[in-house]
Write a protein that binds this ligand. Structure first.
Ligand code: FPP
Length: 231
């Protein structure tokens, strides 16, 4: 049974396995990403149903630029369609959209579409969905330290660093899931995940759904979080 009293406040998801899902079906990788977008929508709605307050999705890493131009353009066009056509998705379901990562290398129209949805949804607070785009945990830290130097911050402590990261408005993730069975962090929220519980279900991202999320949450609820102390 899922206990509604022990739902993680913030979950992070590394959505892995789109390419393998498509290849297994003899399809180009693009179709894996396309099916991945449907899984994103299902998962966001499931998060809302289970009362999760923050969901952060790793959609495009600072390392993903190494992929073919064709694949990158495919991901951008899905992101574009998702924001233009599905704009309603966020407003209809009262979901606040947020991004982390350095958006400056993205095409202007994509940046504008993101800004516009972020602006339209800024007052919603029942679920905050953050999409990590051109995001890397190391890059986040480097940009944070450069900002601190620019601001001439003295006496840097752990809290100061948290406040300078892209995630400054978010709590630290309680639970991070990576699909597809790969057991790596791959430069996701490195500093923020210091005490996150981790889980690596075998399912490829396009097959992820409410039932899968519920299974993950049950695993989380069995964990004993000690933060280095003794219970
Ligand atoms: C990982 O699978 C997935 C990605 C790098 C891209 C995720 C992007 C989307 C789901 C679509 C666009 C995003 C939004 C928010 C609309 P992989 O390609 O690394 O899979 P593989 O390990 O099986 O090759």
């Amino acid at each position: 049974m899922l206990s509604f009293s022990k739902i993680p406040n913030h979950i992070g998801i590394i959505m892995d396995g789109n390419g393998r899902w498509a290849t297994k079906r003899g399809l180009p990788r693009y179709f894996g990403h396309k099916a991945g977008v449907k899984a994103i929508k299902r998962t966001i709605l499931a998060c809302q149903k289970f009362g999760i307050k923050y969901c952060t999705l790793f959609a495009f890493s600072t390392e993903n630029w190494k992929r073919s131009k064709e694949e990158i353009d495919g991901i951008f066009s899905l992101l574009r369609d998702y924001l233009a056509v599905e704009n309603n998705f966020f407003t209809k379901n009262k979901i606040k959209l947020n991004t982390i990562g350095d958006l400056s290398p993205f095409p202007d129209d994509l940046q504008n579409a993101l800004k516009s949805t972020i602006e339209k949804t800024k007052n919603y607070d029942n679920l905050i969905v953050t999409i990590a785009l051109n995001y890397g945990g190391r890059d986040d830290l480097v940009r944070a330290f450069n900002k601190m130097l620019k601001d001439k911050v003295e006496n840097v402590d752990e809290k100061t660093i948290l406040n300078y990261l892209d995630t400054s408005s978010l709590p630290e993730p309680d639970f991070v899931i990576r699909t597809s069975g790969e057991e790596r962090i791959s430069n996701f929220m490195l500093y923020q995940m210091a005490y996150s519980e981790l889980y690596f279900p075998k399912v490829y991202w396009p097959d992820f759904n409410e039932k899968q999320l519920k299974k993950c949450l049950k695993i989380y609820q069995k964990r004993n979080r000690r933060y280095g102390g003794i219970k």
